[in-house]
Design a protein around this ligand. Structure first.
Ligand code: BES
Ligand code: ZN
Ligand code: ZN
Length: 474
């Protein structure tokens, strides 16, 4: 789908026109208003209605923006997505979309419209025989909003790039394949890219990745991409969990929980999407992307409960469950990332089912000791619609992960507070003397959906790509 911005659109023409209207339909002409009301369309958020076309358009699609004084970026995004989904359902080939609610949100409306259209039109249809897709969308708006539109387009396309990789199954995306994708992206964007194979993993004492990866015939990898623009004043490390399939290992998952575990690489794929956006936007921040990637499988060589491993930073870990593998591979990356002495380190991972129990499928858990960073992320998240909720790094739960024979165990003694004990585990591998600020995002809920929600279809959402890019843009 080609999405274009046009400020000098003389004659609007196409199969279909998408227009946003506020609740109450005050701005709508009397005749249309009556027809819309007859269809029970009142301009509420999420509402959509179609009227037959005349003149240059075969149909008019109206999308609700809600109450006039209460518009937000996310309402615009949702309205644009509803419009484009309707256009697809009507099999339109070319669409014109007006900027929605531009008076209230100024240029942000252009960004949100671009995102809503591109995120809303997404589907993972690569393996379908029948493919119907919209070919062209023209967004009409004032020239001064073009920049904002382009930003939204980059963010949404990077998000869809992430979704595409997450949605690929485990037989297609192995750790080696993920590394190949990272290399291709780096080549295209001019980034440096290093991939550690088993020999290099041994040399760098990355015991977590080697241990978890041992049970699979698809060997593990560690990926390091570096974007180093001239004049950068800040260094950021991003870490993404890249479990290409999580069977649980010897603590094998029950059937209903194993299905969808191709999505356990969503953190890694988000990091790749963020790098893609950075390659296009080129902000003056040095960014290192670190991806530990393994397939967690049961096998004669697989690691076992009771195994003890000792990390490069001296912390020893006893394995209580081979299904708590994410934290074991992230530990290597956090130790490595600390050595880069960043101003900020952010890891993102589909880490715990406990986080989904706590917050549901639509909100990620945010853990950080940095109040300023938490506030900034919370503010951005409200705009991007990628919901976050801060959870505590509760010191009183440290006892839960204290090891019997070693420093720590990889699972809490009770199952309560599982998202927190996982975050406390990760903190053991962040070197406080070298990392100024650290945040952990548990994206287990929102990374992958079993049913459509807002502008997303079922499957991968590409969260938290847009939020993290906006954070890095400052
Ligand atoms: N990948 C899972 C977490 C997960 C669960 C992600 C649901 C997405 C949706 C992780 O590796 C895992 O299995 N965690 C265990 C930890 C437990 C053994 C302490 C869990 O959450 O049950
Ligand atoms: Zn697991
Ligand atoms: Zn996992």
């Amino acid at each position: 789908m080609k999405v274009e911005f046009k400020s000098e659109l003389k004659a609007k023409k196409g199969d279909l026109l998408i227009t946003g209207v506020y609740e109450g339909l005050k701005e709508v002409e009397k005749e249309e208003k009556e027809k819309l009301k007859a269809l029970s369309f009142n301009g509420k958020v999420g509402e959509v209605a179609v009227l037959p076309g005349s003149g240059a358009f075969k149909a008019f699609v109206y999308v609700g923006l809600g109450k006039k004084g209460e518009l937000t970026q996310d309402k615009v995004r949702l309205a644009a997505a509803k419009g484009i989904k309707k256009a697809e359902a009507l099999k339109a080939k070319s669409v014109v979309c007006e900027l929605l609610g531009e008076d209230k949100l100024k240029e942000f409306s252009a960004k949100a419209v671009a995102e809503g259209l591109i995120l809303g039109a997404y589907s993972f249809n690569k393996y379908k025989e029948e493919k119907v897709s919209l070919s062209k969308v023209v967004v009409a708006g004032k020239e001064e909003y073009r920049k904002s539109f382009n930003l939204g387009k980059v963010l949404a396309e990077a998000t869809n790039f992430t979704r595409d990789i997450v949605n690929e199954p485990g037989n297609v995306i192995t750790p080696e394949k993920l590394a190949q994708i990272a290399k291709e992206l780096s080549k295209e964007m001019g980034f440096e890219c290093k991939v550690f194979d088993e020999k290099k993993l041994e040399k760098n004492k990355m015991v977590g990745i080697l241990t978890v990866g041992r049970g699979s015939s698809n060997p593990p990898r560690f990926i390091h991409i570096a974007y180093k623009p001239k004049g950068a004043k800040k260094r950021v490390v991003l870490v993404g969990k890249g479990v290409t399939f999580d069977s649980g290992g010897l603590n094998v998952k029950p059937e209903q929980y194993m299905k969808t575990m191709k999505s356990d690489k969503a953190g890694a794929c988000a990091v790749l999407g963020i790098m893609k956006a950075l390659g296009e936007l080129k902000p003056k921040v040095e960014v290192h992307a670190l991806i530990p990637t393994v397939e967690n499988m049961p096998d004669g060589k697989a690691y076992r409960p009771d195994d003890i491993i000792t990390y490069k930073n001296g912390v020893s870990v006893e394995v209580h469950s081979t299904d708590a593998e994410g934290r074991l591979i992230l530990a290597d990356a956090l130790i490595y990332g600390s050595e880069l002495e960043p101003d900020l380190m952010v890891d993102m991972a589909t880490l715990t089912g406990a986080c989904v129990v706590a917050l549901g499928h639509y909100t990620s858990g945010l853990f950080t000791e940095d109040d300023k960073l938490a506030k900034e992320l919370e503010r951005i998240s409200k705009e991007t619609g990628e919901k976050l909720w801060r959870l505590p790094l509760d010191e009183d739960l440290e006892e839960e992960i204290k090891g019997t024979y070693s420093t720590v165990q990889n699972v809490g003694k009770s199952r309560y507070g599982g998202a927190i004990t996982a975050a406390l585990f990760l903190r053991k591998f962040v070197n406080k003397d070298k990392v100024r600020s650290w945040a952990h995002l548990d994206i287990a809920g929102p990374a992958f959906l079993s049913k459509p929600w807002k502008y997303y279809c079922e499957g991968a959402t590409g969260q938290p790509v847009r939020t993290v890019v906006e954070l890095l843009l400052g």
